[in-house]
Design a protein around this ligand. Sequence first.
Ligand code: 1CP
Length: 360
Amino acid sequence: MTTQSFISSSQKRLLRTLNGESLYPPPLWLMRQAGRFLPEFRAIRAEADFMTRCLTPDLATELTLQPIRRFGMDGAILFSDILILPWAMGQSLDFVAGKGPVLEAIRTQRNLEALTPEKIPEKTAPIIETISRLRHILDGPNDLGKATAGSTTLLGFAGSPFTVACYMVEGGGSKEFAKTRCMAFSEPMLFDRLIALLTQTTAEYLCAQVQAGAEAVVLFDTWAGLLPPSQFRRYSIEPTHQIVADLKARYPFVRVIGFPRLCGVMVADYAYQTGVDVVALDTGFDITKVRSLLPKGIGIQGNLDPIALLAGGEALKTEILAICAAARGMPHIFNLGHGILPETPVEHVEYLVHTLRNNL
Ligand code: 1CP
């Protein structure tokens, strides 16, 4: 399937925003929406481990559609994980309950050479199959409850090279990723090679997602804010720029959302230099101030505090209204500033959707 489907993109409010229109009220999806806060998600989680859920098209399709059925979100994000790419290159990966991801750490040139990037297409084939099924379901006649057929934009994604490298080098999650950042300073040649490998494989993996039907892709650079400016340019901006250029050379219509979390004022360089269509803002940004730092025509996504959504009540409404007012006149996708928290009551998400659609 190509990026122009049989459904006119004008029905898709998220895609229109990605193409530069300023819509009010803004379209909406939530980071980590296919997840732990939904009872129907927890039911499937009880039956199948995480990798099985990612690699079984029936399960991954169902998990992607759950928040669409329940809330009619404007975007459906593929159920998968940023760590699928290192796994597909042969790095061992386990998701340990209560601890998170555990990988066999990459620390040496020899470790790096043992990876098998040529196996990525074969190992990610079930994920690519899921994307193609999702696009047909979303655009075809469907029974998705609150979402009308052809109104939902399908989002693929990957981690940005630096963020994925953090997990690969550290061997799992961390607050500081000190081993990874030490490697960048003390063994820059080795770290550059890892980033180059990830840049190339991420571009190819995202191309495969777009070829299968993803209309836009998200690049999650969750840990970009750990980098000092010189390294932010080298390990976040430059690889992102290359990935976006590769993708758009092959698929000129594809749209890209970049999320350089906690990058502060470096967001201006990121927005000017990477070529992303939309920059996703974390919770700390004051939209009224940041808009003057960004290039004309670029869109923004965000940036409700996930804690405000957890808390609910009047404060939630005040935050929603303030964000929408501040972003008015720009292409704006309403979202959180980071992933939804597992304890978030479903009714608070219902309230958010209702407020955005009926009560601005
Ligand atoms: O068993 C389980 O349910 C595992 C929990 C889980 C889930 C539901 C993990 C492990 N990943 C996911 C899904 C996921 N991860 C999606 C799918 C779409 C959705 O849920 O809506 C996406 C887009 C991600 C992206 C992701 N994974 C990021 C980037 C975005 C962000 O939140 O910052 C990162 C950093 C990860 C790594 C990861 N995977 C899983 C966990 C628990 C973590 C975080 C580890 C850490 O603490 O650093």
